[in-house]
Write a protein that binds this ligand. Structure first.
Ligand code: FMN
Length: 455
């Protein structure tokens, strides 16, 4: 990490029809962007114009048609490695994050794919390590069930270690390409990894040279304790869903304090919560768009999940009546009040109805904070979270596409730049450089140097 002033990191979490479940129904929304390279190129170029750190593609290994009401963007989409290879060809600076699930993959494949993409993008790739949020994936991979958390993370820990070793199996200067002498490669600089562990046995070397970034940056996004440990040990960024600043600060300091036991500096890891910014040129415009989106929600108003979330049975309440007394909540820690406060802020009024609370809950129940406002109001909240170390930056999830992204880029990014919080130019060209991360030495070369010194 360089000694420069701490700067905000911004990335796009791609939901091709927007994060809001009804985003695709707005008259101006693009509905088929997920499969349209022109649309995806336009999005990537806009991110680069705005000097974003990264373009992030999540992934899952299962689908069903009923996801259309809650997760239309995740129901069908392009496979991330293929798509990023295409995006890399039309961009120059933006970091590119692919998600790959360790539970249903082999380390040699993932090392090869990521290293190849790092070459094709000139060092702009990062890998989001997931163990799988969708349990249905098992049925698509000849298994009876999704492994439990402990098994998934035992496997993932070893998997990541093997991939990291494979990336280093060729030293940077292994290729001598000596035409006169007829030596293409210095064989003393090519290493078998000879990994023999509980889950994998991998000889190596990889059949791709050491990637441009040396070690490709890792990201993770799980919520469990094991995932947090994996993040503290290996990740350069952690994605998270946080909707309250107090909880986010706790998560932030908790993860950073775990890093010391792995010999890591807290500056090597950025915490990046998701953020759904509903931006208007004015506050009124933003609120009107929020209402428009909510009215387009296709729902049967099943209040059971919301009741569970706030600890109050809402079945006897009228949708257009006032909220119940929040003191009735059976949950500890003010969970009901926290959600209601956010919903009130989004609506801009205290006297919201059960329907309005339901709308806010539906728009955010996948875990990310939705805020509504003019550019200054949105920038204020970003600044507050950043300054208070609740976040090092945000994974931006526009509520609708591409208009929701355009407004953020055209109005909020300049405001953040005016405040000196966000870059006005790229200082580097690789993912590592955007995050101020140095390029690590090759573990085998380092070992050889240490051995020579000891002799
Ligand atoms: C912002 C964010 C993005 C995520 N993206 C994905 C994803 O694309 N694919 C996936 O399988 N899981 C994704 N997850 C879920 C986790 O990475 C994790 O694999 C899952 O929650 C199971 O692990 P856990 O039990 O540790 O939470 C995401 C989580 C968060 C917070």
């Amino acid at each position: 990490m360089s000694a420069q002033k701490r700067q905000l990191h911004l990335g796009l979490f791609l939901f091709s029809t927007g994060y809001h479940p009804a985003g695709w129904r707005l008259p101006e929304a693009v509905t088929d962007g997920a499969f349209d390279p022109k649309f995806l190129h336009r999005v990537a170029r806009r991110l680069e114009e705005a000097k974003f750190d990264f373009f992030f593609l999540g992934d899952a290994l299962a689908s069903s048609a009923d996801m259309q009401y809650q997760f239309p963007s995740q129901m069908v989409r392009l496979e991330p490695f293929t798509m990023i290879a295409n995006i890399a060809a039309v961009t120059e600076k933006i970091g590119l994050i692919v998600t790959a699930n360790t539970t249903y993959a082999e380390p040699y494949h993932i090392a090869r794919l990521t290293a190849s993409l790092d070459y094709l993008s000139s060092g702009r790739v990062a890998w989001n390590v997931v163990t799988g949020a969708d349990t249905r994936a098992a049925l698509n991979f000849s298994r009876e069930k999704h492994w439990d958390n402990a098994k998934r993370y035992d496997y993932a820990d070893e998997f990541v270690q093997v991939v990291k070793d494979l990336w280093d199996s060729w030293e940077d200067d292994a290729f001598v390409r000596d035409k006169a002498g007829g030596v293409f490669v210095d064989e003393s600089k090519v290493h078998k990894i000879n990994h023999a562990g509980e889950h994998f046995s991998v000889a190596g070397p990889l059949n791709v040279a050491r990637p441009p970034q040396g070690q490709i940056p890792l990201l993770s996004a799980g919520t469990s304790e094991r995932s947090q440990e994996l993040g503290a040990q290996f990740s350069n960024a952690i994605f998270t869903g946080q909707i309250h600043i107090a909880g986010a600060k706790q998560f932030y300091s908790g993860i950073k304090s775990k890093m010391a036991k792995y010999g890591r500096d807290p500056g090597e890891l950025s915490i990046l919560p998701g953020l759904v910014p509903l931006v208007g040129r004015t506050e009124e415009e933003a609120r009107a768009k929020y209402r428009e989106l909510n009215e387009l929600l296709v729902t049967d108003f099943n209040l059971a999940p919301l009741s569970a979330r706030i600890g109050i049975d809402l079945s006897g309440y009228s949708l257009d009546g006032p909220l119940p007394d929040l003191e009735l909540s059976t949950l500890p820690g003010g969970a009901a009040k926290d959600l209601v406060t956010l919903a009130q802020r989004a609506s801009g009024r205290e006297d919201i109805t059960v329907r309005e609370l339901f709308h806010y809950f539906s728009a955010t129940c996948r875990g990310h904070l939705l805020i509504v406002g003019n550019p200054e109001q949105i920038a204020d909240q970003i600044e507050e979270w950043f300054v208070q170390e609740a976040a090092d930056g945000f994974n931006i999830c526009p509520p609708y596409m591409p208009g929701g992204l355009d407004l953020f880029i055209d109005l909020v990014v300049p405001e953040l730049q005016r405040r000196g919080l966000f870059r006005t130019e790229y200082e580097g060209s690789t993912f590592r450089e955007h995050f101020g991360l140095s390029r690590p030495d090759n573990r085998f070369a380092k070992r050889a140097v240490l051995q020579t010194a000891a002799e």
